[in-house]
Design a protein around this ligand. Structure first.
Ligand code: PEP
Length: 251
């Protein structure tokens, strides 16, 4: 059975209570159209994580938006894998474009976080994507390959079976972004899948690759029809449970 991956990152938008109501509504709506192949996940703010795990009741995977790689220590303001494990979080979002471009995170930081997430049995959701400048200078392939090769450096073939990738072209994300066409996104996904197969000959082809960047109810189906797109990682269009459920139902 081919799995369908659908998820959202709530960024810094919903507080604890809002997250819990959102999850309850989403869980109800999605249960109504039973879809056994669906892998549904929501990534709330840190302050809502403990309540979110309870509210999701295992029907929705819950992720953290970031994580430091050390177990404990003098790292004011950071959250460790051990703390997230104690809460019962399933996945860790790593290297989102905002972490890279607003907070200066590098591919090397992403790599340390991926390795720490795997050590703790989380699913690392590694986000990669080219900037508008990379695209203009036609170095998208090189950029994606570098992000994957450094981000996944030291990951064993066995560990790679637990990795998920989100392809999110930086120029496509957020209010200022324009969605990639399905064909453009699919070409990038093919580059990603070829690189993953090269890095992990035994399972690289099976690593799920999700598209993110201005997905909405108009373009979701066209994107999901592409052979190399395994799922969607949605921002704005998924922040109302109703709209997210409608997109899931449609694809
Ligand atoms: C994102 O921020 O990762 C994202 C995909 O957002 P949006 O769908 O709103 O472009």
């Amino acid at each position: 059975m081919k799995r369908i991956y659908m998820g959202t990152n709530l960024k810094m938008y919903k507080n604890n209570q809002e997250t819990v109501s959102y999850l309850k509504e989403l869980k109800e709506k999605v249960a109504a159209f039973r879809c056994p192949e669906l892998e549904l996940f929501v990534i709330p703010s840190f302050t809502a994580l403990a309540e979110a795990v309870k509210a999701a009741e295992g029907a929705i995977k819950i992720g953290a938006q970031n994580m430091y790689w050390e177990d404990a220590g003098e790292y004011t303001g950071e959250i460790s894998p051990k703390m997230l494990k104690a809460i019962g979080v399933d996945l860790i979002e790593i290297g989102h474009s905002e972490r890279r471009h607003k907070f200066g995170e590098t591919n090397f930081d992403a790599n340390r976080k991926v390795l720490a997430a795997l050590r703790y049995g989380f699913t690392p959701l590694l986000c990669i994507g080219e900037t508008a400048v990379d695209k203009e200078y036609r170095v998208t392939t090189e950029c994606l390959r570098e992000q994957l090769k450094i981000g996944l450096y030291g990951v064993t073939g066995e560990q790679a079976r637990h990795v998920w990738i989100a392809y999110e072209p930086v120029w496509a994300i957020g209010v200022a972004g324009k969605p990639a066409t399905p064909e453009y996104a699919d070409r990038s996904h093919q580059v990603i899948k070829e690189t993953l197969a090269e890095l992990f000959p035994d399972c690289g082809q099976e690593i799920p690759v999700l598209y993110g960047g201005s997905v909405n109810s108009q373009n979701a189906t066209g994107l999901m029809e592409q052979p190399a797109i395994d799922g969607l990682f949605i921002g704005r269009a998924a922040w109302e449970a109703d709209s997210f459920a409608a997109i899931i139902k449609q694809v």
